[in-house]
Design a binder for this molecule. Structure first.
Ligand code: XIL
Length: 317
């Protein structure tokens, strides 16, 4: 579980990548990903989410997640678990439910404890709760907070700690890179969890960013430290820096600078433990499918060839 196995680039941080099962048929892609002198960590992009792991109530399917966990193990890479509870990619039996508070608590506990137990001993850190906030800093509504209020977060964290006492327990979200309502809500949540004795070890800062709109390094560091001064660690968990297509030399140059800004900000903060890009090649990036007209967000291009962003990434480490 030590971070130290993953300190492959700059000596302090791990560098990692998300990956997803369909991509593992691409042997060139897998060979590059499996170089643990470069990629010290991997995250499953989809196959440990609720819809993948408990598609029917009480029916748990770990085959796809196990493929990613086994890949990390055979490559000697740290594994981040992603994720236990999220408003998105829930199974339809969950979104369609009409439960009492006792039922919702029990279903959440069973899901979290079964998934985290299955991977116990294999996971460095779990994104136990994913994306709990709206951008204005209010609690994002979906079935669990609607029934249980914010206490669903405590229920999930406690169940995860019991299931794998060695795993670091994270809450993960986007648009918490610099100061603002969402960052403040997350920082206040961490403090209130700690005051209540609820386990919380880290905050994941997704960092789905836009070329030319990345906060200044000083603004990043100030906000990162607002988290770590609470006594927790942080990680950059899903970094990509997208642009409106087509790519141009100017955009690629700005992207290079933006990658260096983010990675070096993490490096400057003692308890920022690593940087994960949300996959490593544009070939498998989620961005074009979710943000039409945007893309080219990762350090390797569609042909698995490095881009200027790669040099920015390396410079940051
Ligand atoms: C994305 C995956 O990459 C896609 O394949 C899937 O269709 C949707 O989810 N925030 C998260 C990740 O925490 O789980 C999301 O991953 C990207 C945004």
């Amino acid at each position: 579980h030590s971070n130290t196995v993953a300190k492959t680039l700059g000596g302090k941080l791990y560098y990692g990548s998300a990956t997803d099962n369909p991509e593992l048929n691409d042997t060139t892609y897998v060979a590059m990903l499996s170089d643990n002198t470069f990629f010290g960590q991997i995250t499953p992009g989809n196959s440990m989410k609720w819809d993948a792991t408990e598609p029917e109530q009480g029916v748990f399917t770990f085959a796809a997640g196990d493929v990613i966990a086994d890949l990390a193990k055979s490559n000697g890479q740290v594994l981040r678990g992603h994720n236990c509870v999220w408003y998105n990619q829930l199974a339809s039996w969950v979104t369609a439910a009409n439960w009492t508070a006792a039922q919702a608590t029990s279903i959440l506990q069973t899901h979290v404890s079964t998934v985290v137990s299955h991977y116990a001993g294999q996971v460095y850190a779990w994104d136990v709760v994913n994306e709990p906030w709206n951008d204005d800093g209010t609690l994002r509504e979906f079935i669990f907070p609607e029934i249980l209020g914010i206490s669903y977060i405590t229920t999930a964290l406690v169940a995860a700690r019991t299931a794998d006492p060695a795993a670091k327990l994270y809450i993960n979200d986007y648009n918490i890179d610099s100061a603002g309502a969402k960052s403040t809500s997350m920082q206040n949540l961490v403090a209130s969890l700690q005051a209540a004795g609820t386990p919380i070890d880290g905050i994941g800062i997704e960092s789905h960013l836009i070329v030319g709109e990345v906060p200044s390094q000083a603004a990043l560091i100030t906000n990162y430290e607002a988290f770590t001064t609470l006594g927790i660690e942080i990680a950059i968990t899903e970094l990509d820096i997208r642009m409106t297509l087509p790519e141009t030399p100017a955009l690629l140059a700005q992207q290079k600078a933006d990658y260096e800004t983010v990675v070096s900000a993490c490096k400057a903060v003692a308890r920022c433990v690593g940087v994960t890009t949300w996959d490593y090649t544009d070939k498998y990036s989620w961005i074009p499918g979710t943000f039409p007209g945007q893309g080219a967000a990762l350090p390797w291009d569609d042909n698995l060839v490095i881009k200027p962003a790669y040099d920015g990434l390396i410079a940051g480490f």
